[in-house]
Design a protein around this ligand. Sequence first.
Ligand code: GLV
Ligand code: GLV
Length: 332
Amino acid sequence: MPLLREKEGLELIVWPEDRECDRSWLLDNIPGATGVLATLSNKVNEEFFEIAGPSLKVVSTLSVGFDHVDLVALNKHKVRLGYTPDVLTDAVADASVMLALMAGRNAGAGVTLVKEGQWPKFNWAPFFFCGPQLSPTSFTPKRTMGFLGFGRVAQATLARLAAFGITHCIYTGNPASSPDTALEERLKEQHKLQGIRRVDLDELARESDVVFVLAPGGEKTRHIINESFLRKMKKRSILVNAARGTLVDSDALAKALEEEWIWSAGLDVVEGEPKITADHPLLKHPRCVIVPHIGSATFETRLGMTTLAAKNLLAGISGEEMPSEVEVSKYV
Ligand code: GLV
Ligand code: GLV
């Protein structure tokens, strides 16, 4: 990260590989650190803070999500937290649409079939590899896109779907607050929607043609997509998860696919990732597409994220205002 390398008076210790850093390496190197730039695969917990010691002022995570950070421990140790919202919104929205298309059109299984030399068996046939169409048709004029969580990424995903001719949107929000009618009006006008409505989980499951899971991870949202939710979904609906694996109960999803409660699933994240092996029930299912948590993985977005994370780190070290700081008091 040039921004850090060029900064005078900064002693940098950098994990040299482009893979998750070993826990033992991390714990060996954080004692006495003033700031740590972490990724979502580093558990930032009580052990981490105790080993880092009282010199630690800031953790800057290279992610918008911060469910890997124990906020209570962070707060107790008086450490600040930087994160990288906004700069990755478009990339994750692009990936969400990609997953909806891949899952709906069986692209994962299609690629496998061609690679395995099976194409000649089928050639082109009228109903070969058919899936539900994302854009509206004369047979299915009303396509409803459902969003579990309606933040930046969900709204950017909706903007892309509007170009597919989507006119109906439903979403869930915090039941403790009332729907943001100004936002609804703005989006309705901007994307020429016929309907946009905040709904409860029950209605989200029943009405959506695609459910996009785009809410934060953590204990509060764990398994929010469970058997009861999946059983209510439409038979030809699609589940997309580009948020955190923990939101979706994998066993229930495998059952939903197996027993055809839903059509397919497109997942950028999976519970228990990255330890997903060939015998995982979701991997065995042809209508489940899984990609390895690459929602924000474009050259441009990762450059934006690393730059922002470096700026957060430097600001935190010098006790200045960070470009993007998590308001920890809101969560503890
Ligand atoms: C990626 O999952 C992130 O939280 O940035
Ligand atoms: C499809 O390839 C078509 O020509 O309709």
